[in-house]
Design a protein around this ligand. Structure first.
Ligand SMILES: *Cc1c(COP(=O)(O)O)cnc(C)c1O
Length: 408
């Protein structure tokens, strides 16, 4: 199956669901059994079945299977948010004394979380962009994970996955990719050497801006040996399933960041059109970036523009596309605010990946409690506007930005 077909035909109607053409919403907390013996078996993994929706639910299960299949992973674990996915993953592999190498141009919430982990003895070594060279230079015996966004939000730096993963493999460090902004439409990171992929599925996967959720997809490629990763204990014996078992039986289950069946259903609906939406949004983003590039007094940052330092890497992995987010610098905070306020269609909102175009001034919102230095390394300046490009008619979008820029 090619991409769009697989979005529609991976999860098939079943007899148990009466042939329902979409997995139904199992909006229940618990599942009843015919005998105490049967429930005992389900609890002890001796029989298949669902017991309690924090631990497993058929609608959530269908979503996990769909995402795992799209990414080419061996399994997925759905979470209540993207942040809860990143948290559950880190807490499942790390312990006090460990270090993570991460790119500095990360999503604001992830940056904040990495600082939160300091209190538990987990430290972070930030590099400007995760590259083969920076990982090799910074890695130590304490380094237990490399974490990067594939297209940094909002820096829009693109990571050369294959080169980075080669070094990670040599050093026996797992490469974790946050592929939220790229989506499986642009790249399947596990096929290019990443070991684990996470998504904030609140964004493009859902697509309608109607549910917060996250997901962890395991490629099963990393060897979680218990000498280097003591928290894995007996799970190390389960080979490529070690991480999924560790997540499902320990931290993910116990911290309780499960996805609600209703939100899983909304994501499944959204996934049907991921390919069409991304095709249109990426095309719109490129055209809008090219248009804004012709205006004086506005500086455009977009990976598919030759002026981007990440142009060649983006071409290599995304074949001419650059994703659906761009940032512009308007010259000053006042001009940025004026431009934002003059837009008729773009909504002023802190989100990305909606079918509607969204704009935000990151310095005064998502990055408001970061230092000037942290902002600069995330590509956020006083005059930066982030634009998450939707699926509107491009002529309306360009006209809207034209009149807004003229008002400056
Ligand atoms: C939004 C986002 C997150 C966090 O996801 P939530 O669903 O908001 O918790 C993580 N990474 C990236 C790249 C994001 O854009």
């Amino acid at each position: 199956m090619k991409f769009n077909t697989s979005l529609l035909h991976t999860v098939k109607p079943t007899k148990e669901d009466h042939g329902a053409t979409q997995p139904p919403i199992y909006q229940v907390s618990a599942f009843a059994y015919d005998s105490a013996e049967h429930l005992e078996k389900v609890f002890n993994n001796k029989a298949a079945g669902f017991s309690y929706s924090r631990v497993g639910n058929p609608t959530v299960d269908a979503f996990e299977k769909q995402i795992a299949s799209l990414e080419g992973g061996i399994g997925a674990v759905a979470c209540s948010s993207g942040m809860s996915a990143i948290t559950a993953l880190f807490l499942s592999i790390l312990q006090s004394g460990d270090e993570i190498i991460a790119g500095a141009g990360l999503f604001g919430g992830t940056l904040d979380l990495l600082y939160d982990l300091n209190a538990f003895g987990i430290t972070v070594c930030f590099v400007d962009t995760v590259t083969a060279e920076s990982v090799r230079e910074k890695a130590s015996t304490r380094t237990k994970a490399v974490f990067t966004e594939l297209i940094g939000n909002p820096k829009l730096n693109v990571v050369d996955l294959e080169r980075v993963s080669e070094v990670c493999r040599q050093l026996h460090i797992p490469l974790i990719a946050d592929s939220t902004t790229a989506t499986p439409y642009l790249i399947q990171p596990l096929k290019h050497g990443a070991d684990v992929v996470i998504h904030s599925s609140s964004k493009y996967i859902n697509g309608g801006g109607n549910s917060i959720s996250g997901v962890i997809v395991d490629g099963g490629s990393f060897n979680w040996d218990r000498e280097k990763y003591p928290v894995f204990r007996e799970y190390s014996n389960f080979g490529k399933f070690a991480l999924l078992l560790r997540l499902r039986n320990d931290v993910w289950r116990n911290t309780g960041g499960c996805l609600s069946p209703f939100n899983a259903y909304m994501n499944l609906i959204g996934l049907n059109t991921l390919g069409l939406r991304m095709e249109r949004s990426c095309e719109n983003a490129l055209k809008l970036a090219q248009f804004l590039d012709t205006l004086s007094g506005i500086e455009v940052n977009f990976p598919a523009l030759p002026s981007s330092p990440y142009f060649s890497v983006a071409q290599k992995y995304f074949g001419g596309k650059g994703g659906a987010i761009l940032t512009v610098r308007a010259g000053s905070k006042e001009r940025a605010f004026k431009l934002i306020n003059a837009l008729k269609y773009a909504l002023i909102a802190t989100n990305i990946g909606d079918v509607k175009t969204l704009v935000i001034h990151p310095a005064s919102t998502i990055y408001t409690h970061c230092t000037q230095q942290q902002r600069a390394s995330a590509g956020v300046y006083d005059d930066t506007i982030r634009i998450s490009v939707g699926i509107e008619d491009i002529d309306d979008l360009t006209e809207d930005f034209r009149q807004a820029a003229e008002s400056l």
